[in-house]
Design a protein around this ligand. Structure first.
Ligand code: GSH
Length: 473
């Protein structure tokens, strides 16, 4: 596991190789707008990445690969189960406005009846490798992202950068072992298939994006794959939808006169993305005949409260009846998850977490990273809300202890220094259902992200983690 020892401590070599690595990233298009540059469209830099690939045990990698199609099925099953969503989210929507708003739209479109029978899911299930008490590595799910699951584009280009670095270091044998990875293509093919099923060659795909997207190149990777298949893509904001979109009598969605086949959300996953008008725009899209990726039910299926409920005995079993093997593969990745709902059980968990805050992570119903609470902060918050219904807007999860490794995290505008790091492995899945028929259920690639141990929480978009490549052994 001390794989790159010879390189890591060679202080003369590192700056030279780092400069080569940065140019390789620029050449390959591993790009992002930095925080500093985000307001000027003509300033671009490399996306942060590790100097060296990180080790992932092959058993772990294969397990995560094998379970992805099961998770796709599970997310889809939840999205179709109104009774389950209603019951599971009942306590959450009383105290969490964001989930409540999503849920209101969900109920509204269900009542009206869905205009589209094609469903496109692009999911990313994220894991860490837990060492447990006896040091045996175990794959544990952190969360599943069902909306705006990012970095499939850039990660498709990162492997080439790490291959080049290893070649430069005289490690061509190791370079040859880095697995090919192209989630960008898989995601684009999923959108293309949904577009085809929509059935109008004139219709466009809308990428629903924010005003300024630092991660625009990741989005462009997918966008450009669609253009090469003669599928037209337009980028629009909720504001544009509010001002310029409309439905016809058949609930076909029109954007500035163009019919929309697919809406692919890269925005809309957190409360800050919405104001009154944006909620209206979201409702308009949900009511429409366009294929939504994800539809509102699938977004709700990705909430922390649902994740916690799934860990209860019998729940996954009931959602996926007669799929015992899939259920076992899914269950094997679960770590301890606990409800903080009002009542005796919840009160017991609150007390346990206050007594031993280092054992747990406190998670609100939020996406986008950087929202979780740990240690002293966790304790203080729980002490404050322990007798209030507000506590049910959170769930509690066992803290995972992954193995650490040393690496250099290369980030524009930051000094070069060695860091003790932990990694998070994600797998992308693409799922398409038309009515009752599963048209696509695929695993389309992986994403490894690495961050310094001092950051308990946060991904690449939040400015914490960096892109990495798994060295699978
Ligand atoms: N709007 C940006 C984009 O479209 O790339 C960011 C979207 C975002 O934060 N997505 C989350 C994610 O995949 C899931 S909701 N984050 C991974 C990371 O930041 O490392």
């Amino acid at each position: 596991l001390a794989l790159w020892e010879d390189v890591l401590h060679n202080e003369q070599l590192i700056p030279e190789v780092a400069a080569i690595a940065v140019d390789a990233a620029l050449l390959e298009g591993v790009l992002m707008r930095t925080k500093e540059d985000s307001n000027s469209s003509d300033v671009v830099n490399y996306a942060p990445f590790t100097l060296l690939p990180s080790v992932v045990p092959s058993t772990i990698f294969e397990q995560a690969y094998a379970v992805q199609q099961d998770f796709n099925l599970l997310v889809d099953a939840i999205s179709q189960n109104a009774e389950f969503l209603e019951r599971t989210l009942a306590s959450t929507i009383k105290v969490d406005d964001f989930t409540a708003h999503l849920f209101k739209i969900y109920k509204q479109v269900l009542k009206e009846g869905l205009a589209q029978s094609v469903f496109l899911g692009i999911n990313r299930s994220d894991y860490m490798v837990d060492l447990g008490a006896d040091g045996t590595p175990a794959l544990k799910q952190i969360e599943i992202n069902t909306i705006a699951a990012s970095f499939g584009g850039l990660t498709s280009r990162t492997t080439a950068v790490h291959r080049h670095i290893l070649n430069v270091l005289g490690k061509s044998k190791e370079a040859s072992k880095l697995l090919d990875n192209n989630p960008c293509k898989g995601i684009a093919l999923g959108i293309a298939k949904a577009w085809e099923l929509y059935g109008s060659t004139r219709a466009v795909v809308v990428f629903l994006v924010a005003d300024t997207e630092r991660n625009i190149f990741d989005q462009r990777c997918i966008e450009n794959e669609l253009w090469t298949r003669n599928i037209r893509v337009i980028r629009r904001r909720f504001e544009d939808v509010f001002e310029k979109a409309s439905l016809d009598n058949d609930r076909r969605l029109y954007m500035e006169g163009q019919e929309v086949a697919v809406v692919y959300y890269r925005e809309g996953y957190m409360p800050e993305n919405y104001n009154k008008q944006n909620w209206e725009a979201r409702l308009l899209i949900e009511r429409s005949k366009a294929v939504k990726c994800p539809d509102i039910a699938t977004q709700l299926a990705g909430t922390k409260k649902v994740q916690q409920e799934l860990s209860q005995p019998g729940v996954v079993e009931r959602l996926l009846p007669s799929r015992a093997e899939a259920v076992a593969r899914i269950r094997a990745t679960f770590t301890g998850l606990y409800s903080l709902d009002m009542g005796e059980e919840g009160a017991k968990m609150v007390a346990m977490a206050i007594a031993d805050p280092e054992r747990y992570v406190l998670k609100p119903q939020r996406e986008g990273g950087g929202n979780n609470l740990y240690g002293e902060e966790l304790k203080q918050l729980l002490e404050k809300i322990k007798d209030s219904p507000e506590r049910s807007s959170y769930i509690l999860m066992d803290k995972i202890t992954p193995r650490t490794s040393m690496n250099y995290l290369l980030r524009a505008h930051s000094p070069l220094k060695i860091s003790e790091c932990i990694s998070e492995l994600g797998f992308f899945g693409v799922f398409i259902r038309q009515g009752k028929d599963i048209v696509v259920n695929k695993h389309v690639g992986h994403l490894l992200r690495t961050k310094a141990v001092e950051h308990a929480d946060g991904g690449v978009a939040a400015g914490v983690a960096v892109l990495d490549t798994p060295y699978v052994i």
